[in-house]
Design a protein around this ligand. Structure first.
Ligand SMILES: Cc1ncc(COP(=O)(O)O)c(C=O)c1O
Length: 315
């Protein structure tokens, strides 16, 4: 990943040069992780760059803020426009989009009441999160010794900055042992999710995934994949997933904005089936990437086109 190509950042209503987008060391969020954020992707299509599921990401952004008692000081139309304008200004066709709303500098008491609410949007080109090779051949994951926090400890369905320390512990530990990604269990010992991805299994031609009862973030890619799989005629079962279910699966894959649809080929040195991308995973990947590229009419509504000349005029 590199920020080299990003020239402009949106901050509190204005587009400013990258090098001016700094924050003070006394910012509340820097000390305590008091902020909420989103992660979206913009994809190149024949009709120009388009943000994938912008509306759903903005819904979650506002919901995350509400859960944490923050009021985002901009209307969603302003944020949609800001995102599209920023992508155009930076001249990107494919990029990752990171809106972040956080408590700035005023006091370092834990209660952030006095701190100003800051809102920034960053965009940058971000290649396949778990590698191009991972997208094709699958990744090797390990069950983390760190558990996913329970929703009674922190809301798992909100995307708040500080909670990612749990994911960071898990992924660092996994990578230190030579794995690509960590898989976290919930407090009941069922599988929760990856450090930044949801999990799907395929068994006897049916799909399986879990939900918020298992301490996961309800991924927007997960939702897209559930719809794609059903449209392809597959049954999708939603419920707990045990480690045995995973090890015994015919196929397994991660979903996420960053990771997109990434096959899992091994869990702690145990191969999933033949240890390569399975046929249903590949089919779902293909439909997913057709949808993000605007080539599948069924999912055209999932795209918000960035330039004003295009079909769906939101920005
Ligand atoms: C912990 C966690 N789970 C799952 C996901 C996948 O969510 P989405 O598909 O909305 O990106 C993410 C990424 O945002 C995440 O951070």
């Amino acid at each position: 990943m590199t920020f080299d190509q990003t020239k402009w950042v949106w901050r509190n209503g204005t587009i400013i040069p990258w090098e001016d987008a700094t924050t003070h060391v006394s910012s509340h969020a820097l000390h305590y992780g008091s902020g909420v954020f989103e992660g979206m992707r913009c994809y190149e299509t024949l009709d120009g760059p388009a943000v994938f599921r912008l509306e759903e990401h903005l819904d979650r952004f506002y919901q995350s803020a509400t859960v944490h008692g923050m009021v985002i000081p901009y209307q969603r139309e302003e944020l949609s426009e800001a995102i599209c304008e920023l992508i155009e200004r930076n001249g990107f066709k494919n990029c990752y989009i990171r809106p972040l709303c956080y408590y700035g500098s005023s006091s370092l008491g834990l209660h952030p009441a006095k701190c100003p609410i800051e809102l920034v949007i960053l965009v940058w080109p971000w290649a396949a999160y778990l590698g191009e090779e991972g997208l094709e051949s699958g990744v090797r994951v390990t069950v983390s010794p760190w558990m996913k926090f329970h929703s009674e400890m922190m809301p798992t369905t909100a995307k708040a900055c500080g909670q990612y320390i749990n994911s960071i512990l898990a992924v660092r530990e996994a990578v230190s042992r030579g794995f690509d990604e960590a898989l976290l269990l919930d407090i009941d010992g069922n599988v929760a999710e990856g450090s930044g991805e949801n999990l799907f299994l395929v068994k006897r031609g049916e799909l399986f995934t879990n939900d918020e009862r298992h301490s996961i973030l309800l991924g927007i890619t997960r939702d897209a994949v559930i719809q794609i799989a059903r449209d392809q005629g597959y049954r999708v079962n939603i419920g707990p997933i045990s480690l045995d279910d995973l090890l015994d699966a015919d196929e397994a894959f991660f979903t996420g904005t960053a990771a997109e649809v990434t096959p899992i080929r091994e869990v702690d040195e145990v191969r999933i089936n033949e240890g390569k991308r399975g046929p249903i995973t590949e089919l779902i990947q293909n439909v997913f990437f057709s949808a993000t590229a605007g080539r599948d009419e069924r999912y055209r509504d999932w795209l918000t086109f960035v330039t004003s000349q295009t079909v769906k005029l939101v920005c």
